[in-house]
Design a binder for this molecule. Structure first.
Ligand SMILES: [Zn+2]
Length: 286
């Protein structure tokens, strides 16, 4: 039996505390990639000293602003089986109860981000939380016409989004690009992976951080070749444009970033290199 490390890592953005909570990880294979040949993807993964098949890590983030406890995404709960859903245990080990969470900032309505919103009975897991989500995202996933016309394989994604968001119907705040959500938190629309896929910019004093959701799923491949996307991108071309723009902005502005599928503990910078980009993980600070 393998002993699992505790996937909890706290850091700061000015006066804001942010804690990455690892939810699980899985071997994905190159079959989920688009925009890159499988053998080229494998070459990049091996060149980055990683094992095949490529692995996807899932995390969520606890953000503490003053007395407020805020989550960014909620992991996959039990949707992916017993090797996932550790976000909840991570929160509990920090002494944070579901009722302590005042806000959940949802990057997008995919299974590995919203499943943790509900309990096994389908009720709100966070009894006191409001949801904040880009209006473009709910306009897509909660639109009955779009859902009815979706390909058969995508129907379960619409069902899941509706099921996870429904208990929060009366406490959902819809926001748009550039909007301030609360002191220190702003919406950054990064469309393509899903229509309303959004990051959250945290800012305090001179410090800032972009939590970019799913701009990257496979760090060993997509930094080196940003053309590589995911088969489950709603619009892979638009996702590619968002990825390139975000990498370019982060590298040019030396903006610190965090991502749900970056290797734990998820924080670092993006550097422009001769071919493509490279991720430079944060140096650990006590
Ligand atoms: Zn995801």
């Amino acid at each position: 039996m393998t002993i699992r490390n505790a996937g909890i890592h706290r850091t700061n953005v000015g006066d804001i505390a942010i804690t990455a909570l690892n939810d699980g990880m899985f071997d994905a294979g190159t079959g989920v990639l688009v925009g890159i040949a499988p053998d080229e993807a494998e070459r990049l993964e091996v060149a980055a000293f990683r094992k095949l098949p490529p692995r996807i890590t899932i995390s969520a983030f606890l953000v503490e602003i003053g007395a407020k406890k805020i989550l960014i995404d909620t992991g996959s709960a039990n949707a992916f089986g017993p090797a996932h859903g550790f976000m909840r245990a991570g929160l509990a080990s920090l002494g944070v109860a579901p009722g302590d969470i005042s806000t959940v900032l949802v990057t997008h309505a995919h299974i590995d981000h919203v499943s943790g919103l509900i309990d096994d009975a389908g009720a709100a897991y966070f009894p006191n939380a409001e949801i904040v989500i880009n209006a473009v995202e709910t306009d897509f996933w909660l639109n009955a016409d779009i859902a009815a016309k979706a390909p058969e394989a995508a129907k379960s994604s619409f069902d899941l989004a509706a099921r996870c968001l429904a208990p929060y119907k009366d406490r959902t705040r819809l926001v748009k690009h550039g909007q301030s959500v609360m002191q220190g938190v702003m919406v950054q629309h990064l469309p393509g992976h899903t229509p309303g896929h959004s990051g959250w910019i945290l800012a305090s004093g001179d410090d800032s951080l972009l939590v970019w959701g799913d701009v990257v799923h496979m760090p060993g491949i997509q930094f080196a070749n940003p053309e590589a996307g995911m088969a489950f991108d709603t619009d892979a071309d638009m996702a590619r444009v968002s990825r390139r723009k975000t990498f370019d902005m982060a590298a040019t502005d030396r903006l610190r970033v965090a991502g749900v599928h970056l290797d734990f503990p998820c924080f670092g910078h993006v550097a422009k290199v001769a071919e493509g980009y490279a991720f430079v993980p944060d140096v650990w600070v006590a």
